[in-house]
Design a protein around this ligand. Structure first.
Ligand code: HAM
Length: 428
């Protein structure tokens, strides 16, 4: 019997985990810097939270949840997303009564959806998400979108597109849904089997079906934006105005609807042209009714989630995956070996000095000739080898060999951190 991981759920091995940590580090630093505090909720929740929160007619709830009954006959679900659980926690801990009124939460963790696995779509995937709870101001959307767009750039991404739309308030949404249902009545036989069902149960989703016949069928459909009430139109206009003033590029996309029912008002999606059909690297929007719907006080909110697997995929496509700098410490002789260990420790401690560049200091353990150790430096993909022998010890020097160019020179041992910082900067 050969055991394998469950289909659609993957191991992340050290070489990849390094990239994950890099993304997580940037995300944590940026989100914390913008006043977001981390929230960690359990991966298992009461099924009803998602049925009520995400919506019983959504694809997620109807087809994709990992739901089971436990020994006490309770229906539990592995979280398919993070927003409904955070709202559950917000209500459970009465966070609306705790100052300040506006809360900023972020989370990083696994989500589970039983979808057909393909490139960029897995059954256990990971999200970085942020939720800004407690204000209906259009500046909440612009803050969230601004932070998100800045963070994607910090990851090293360039070619992403921010798509923007507004679904309007509940009344607008309902009015539009019945208009769309009416429009689709005569076109039903042209829809794909999924959309035939959606036309009754979740009609908005017909608008973003990727099937060519469905795209044709909705080509002349009424637009959402034209039907917005005055106050939703005004709110949406202020969001757009502010984004433009901040030079945050976006693409108004009238048929952008979301796969989760809780959205009202502004919705957005971040796509990347290098991805195929699964081109959304992240998405979010306003969910002003969710807290009330899950039993809490009326509280407006907005948030987003990014798919980490997809972010890493597009970083690869843009050749922007981070490469660590490996410094390999070679020592020749007993005294050098001891001194080398101290130098390695010193370099690791001054990690902060190399900010922005991940550095790894690996000290050779097996010893032997210079040639043998240089070979191992190469196997460890070293950028620089530091060589410490009797000659260096006597002169209080250390030799730096650039493993890419093969050049080497000696520097004062005391200034090794400063020297490396300088060379790392020019080698990046
Ligand atoms: P979502 O659009 O369902 O929204 O998911 C957000 C992102 O998670 C997607 O854009 C995608 O990058 C990633 N994702 C979703 N499903 C998969 C999958 N099967 N495999 C790989 N990546 C996937 C939400 O989850 C909302 N909770 C976002 C939000 C937060 N809205 C307000 N606050």
């Amino acid at each position: 019997m050969k055991y394998r991981s469950i289909r659609g759920m993957e191991d992340i091995l050290p070489e990849n985990a390094r990239v994950w940590q890099h993304i997580e580090r940037i995300a944590r630093r940026d989100l914390e810097g913008c006043g977001y505090g981390e929230i960690r909720t359990p991966v298992l929740e009461d099924t009803a939270i998602f049925v009520r929160g995400v919506g019983k007619n959504t694809d997620i709830v109807r087809k994709e949840m990992y739901t089971f009954t436990d020994k006490k006959e309770r229906s539990l679900t592995l979280r398919p997303e993070g927003t409904a659980p955070i709202v559950r926690a917000y209500i459970e801990h009465s966070l609306d009564k705790v100052a300040p009124r506006i809360k900023r939460f972020y989370y990083i963790g696994p989500m589970f959806r039983s979808e057909r696995p393909q490139k960029g779509r897995s059954r256990q995937f990971h999200q970085i998400g942020a939720e800004l709870i407690g204000t209906g101001s259009p500046f909440a959307e612009t803050e969230v979108i601004g932070q998100l767009s800045g963070m994607l750039k910090m990851f090293g991404l360039k070619n992403f597109i921010i798509k923007l739309n507004s679904l309007g308030c509940t009344a607008d949404k309902e009015r539009f849904e019945s208009k769309l249902k009416k429009y689709l009545r005569e076109k039903k036989n042209r829809l794909c089997p999924d959309c035939k069902e959606r036309a009754d149960k979740n009609v908005l989703r017909v608008l973003d079906c990727k099937n060519e016949t469905c795209i044709q069928a909705v080509r002349q459909a009424p637009g959402i934006l034209e039907g917005l009430c005055a106050s939703c139109r005004e709110h949406y206009m202020r969001v757009k105005e502010r984004l433009s003033k901040e030079d945050i590029e976006f693409k108004e996309t009238g048929n952008l609807v979301r796969g989760l029912d809780y959205y009202t008002g502004t919705v957005f999606e971040i796509t990347h042209p290098a991805l195929g059909s699964q081109d959304a690297i992240g998405a979010g929007g306003r969910y002003d009714n969710l807290i009330k719907d899950l039993g809490g006080p009326v509280t407006p909110a907005v948030g987003y989630a990014l798919g980490m697997e997809r972010i890493i995929l597009v970083l690869g496509k843009e050749n922007a995956l981070p490469e660590p700098i490996v410094v390999y410490l070679i020592t020749l002789g007993g005294e050098a070996e001891l001194k080398g260990a101290a130098i390695a420790a010193r370099l690791r401690e001054s990690g902060e000095k190399f900010r922005g560049t991940e550095i790894r200091v690996i000290k050779d353990i097996d010893g032997g000739t210079l040639k043998a150790q240089i070979k191992r430096a190469d196997k460890n993909k070293a950028t620089f080898a530091l060589i410490l022998g009797d000659d260096e010890i006597e002169k209080k020097k250390i030799t730096i060999k650039n493993m890419k160019t093969g050049t080497q020179d000696s520097v004062d041992e005391i200034s090794i951190t400063a020297e490396l910082t300088k060379r790392i900067k020019t080698s990046c």
